[in-house]
Design a protein. Structure first.
Length: 233
């Protein structure tokens, strides 16, 4: 499975805590990025400042604006900080979201994607064991795994099939791949084996979806309503 190191951008633009609003904006525009890690004097990542953080200054012009409920909830939960405070900020230290949500270079792409979703962010600074900046990864970087070639995906799915059936010693299904969609056909001995093949195919990197026409000789899967039915003595 791909790691963050394999998809991250290594040449990262960052700003110090005392960088001014205009300086942060100019760097964002010049480098065409959506967010910048903020580092302290020792080079450790202490926060992230994004386009959204800068836009609050425009958002609150006029003085009578009330943020929508979702934004107020995020502020109460401590996610991103108070928008009104950021509207009055003039430095990276005041603008940034802290503490920084970071990821290690050896974390999997799946872990990074789940972290982004859980925290509602679009960029993750990549740090070493001492929290020093080594890269940055964005949502678009994580999507690169779906550009994997159909031939590579097919080879890995067929490897999963072989592993399962070597244990089962049964007929060999086939797997074809088109535009990242895996199509499984054939017959196995047990329904649980067919389900395992589908699960394994779904976990293969680059797979968009799995279309299964697998058949089986024996249905060994206990229906859920039976599995959880209480037995009264």
């Amino acid at each position: 499975m791909s790691t963050v190191r394999s998809v991250m951008t290594s040449e990262v633009v960052s700003v110090p805590e005392d960088a001014g609003y205009r300086e942060v904006l100019e760097i964002l525009v010049a480098h065409r990025v959506g967010a910048l890690p903020v580092i302290d004097a020792e080079g450790r990542v202490v926060g992230v400042v994004s386009e959204e953080d800068l836009l609050h200054k425009e958002e609150f012009k006029g003085g009578d604006y009330i943020p929508p409920p979702r934004a107020r909830l995020r502020a109460r939960l401590g996610v991103g900080g108070a928008a009104r405070d950021k509207a009055e900020a003039n430095s990276a230290a005041e603008l940034m979201t802290r503490p920084a949500v970071t990821v290690g270079p050896d974390s999997s792409v799946v872990e990074a994607a789940r972290l982004m979703e859980r925290r509602g962010i679009k960029h993750l600074p990549v740090v070493d064991e001492e929290q020093r900046l080594v890269g940055i990864v964005s949502r678009s970087d994580l999507l690169r795994v779906f550009l994997r070639g159909d031939a590579d995906i097919g080879d890995e799915v067929r490897g999963e099939i072989t592993e399962v059936l070597n244990r089962a010693r049964d007929e060999e299904p086939t797997a074809t791949v088109s535009d990242g969609v895996v199509h499984l056909t054939g017959t196995v001995r047990l329904r649980s084996e067919a389900q395992e093949l589908v699960r394994r195919a779904q976990r293969v990197e680059g797979v968009v979806s799995v279309d299964s026409d697998l058949d089986w000789h024996v249905d060994d899967v206990v229906p859920e309503h039976v599995r959880w039915r209480s037995v009264t003595p």
